[in-house]
Design a protein around this ligand. Structure first.
Ligand code: 13P
Length: 254
């Protein structure tokens, strides 16, 4: 394990914003302000607004380092799936990334690990980078099962063919999302080390380089401490990604 962990060289950090079901056209000014500052940052920025904003957002950031992502895609390339959006449609609209398996979707739509893996494959086929989410509930952590649960989720949610280029992992403890509660740094460190060990064992060098994001109540005030944890290669940010000032404050700590 030690040798595998030591072979990891830290990649440039990725700070991704998940806007969830927030924002209409007027909110694009925030993405414009983020893009205007992005050149000066030493991390990569991805903003994932609602489907309805993707094409406009992608147009706004076209000549900047900021990238645009979606929050879900369907596993099939096309067909009779009323209300769904395919990975090809996202790519066509200008997205380069897609969040898959967020706990809010796992819970609200009963998305299972196998479905998450199928959606990730669809993302790869469309040339998108998948940000695959995993995380334990509070009851699972209290029962001492957090590491086992998350590694099992990771194992079943990642398809063969995942690489450091087409996949980032977001560890988001369900109890830390939108609550203002953040795990202790040692808890994040243990989880990210366990995820790295699993990924290195399964994917070799690619698993050693895959970016591992932390998500759940990340703010400018706690970002530097979180980014200092070994194997934390960035963040997936919810509430604090809606305003440029907040999000840029996090990015400046990376
Ligand atoms: O769910 C999250 C990002 O996907 C985290 O949300 P908050 O940053 O609002 O806690």
């Amino acid at each position: 394990m030690g040798a595998l962990l030591q072979s990891h060289t830290a990649p440039r950090k990725l700070i991704a914003g998940n806007w969830k079901m927030n924002g209409v056209g007027a909110a694009l000014a925030e993405i414009e302000a983020m893009a205007a500052a992005a050149e000066r940052l030493s991390c990569d920025l991805v903003l994932c607004p609602a489907f309805t904003l993707i094409e406009r957002a992608a147009g706004l950031v076209r000549d900047t380092p900021v990238r645009i992502g979606a929050q879900d895609c369907h596993a099939q390339p096309a067909g009779a799936f009323t209300g769904d959006i395919s990975a090809d449609m996202l790519a066509d609209a200008g997205a380069s990334h897609v969040i898959i398996g967020h706990s809010e979707r796992r819970m609200a739509y009963a998305e299972a690990n196998e479905q998450v893996a199928a959606k990730a494959l669809a993302a790869y086929r469309a040339g998108l980078t998948a940000i695959i989410c995993v995380g334990e509930t509070e009851a699972q952590r209290d029962a001492g099962r957090a590491l086992d649960i998350v590694v099992a989720q990771l194992s079943a949610s990642l398809p063969d063919g995942a690489t450091a280029a087409n996949t980032a992992i977001a560890y988001e403890p369900v109890w830390a999302i939108g609550t203002g509660r953040v795990p202790a740094e040692a808890q994040i460190a243990d989880m990210h080390a366990a995820m790295r060990q699993h990924l290195s064992a399964r994917f070799g060098m690619e698993g050693g380089q895959m970016r591992l994001l932390y998500g759940g109540s990340v703010k400018a005030a706690n970002a530097a401490d979180i980014f200092a944890v070994p194997h934390v290669d960035g963040a997936l940010v919810g509430g604090a990604s809606l305003k440029a000032a907040d999000f840029l404050g996090i990015a400046a700590a990376a």
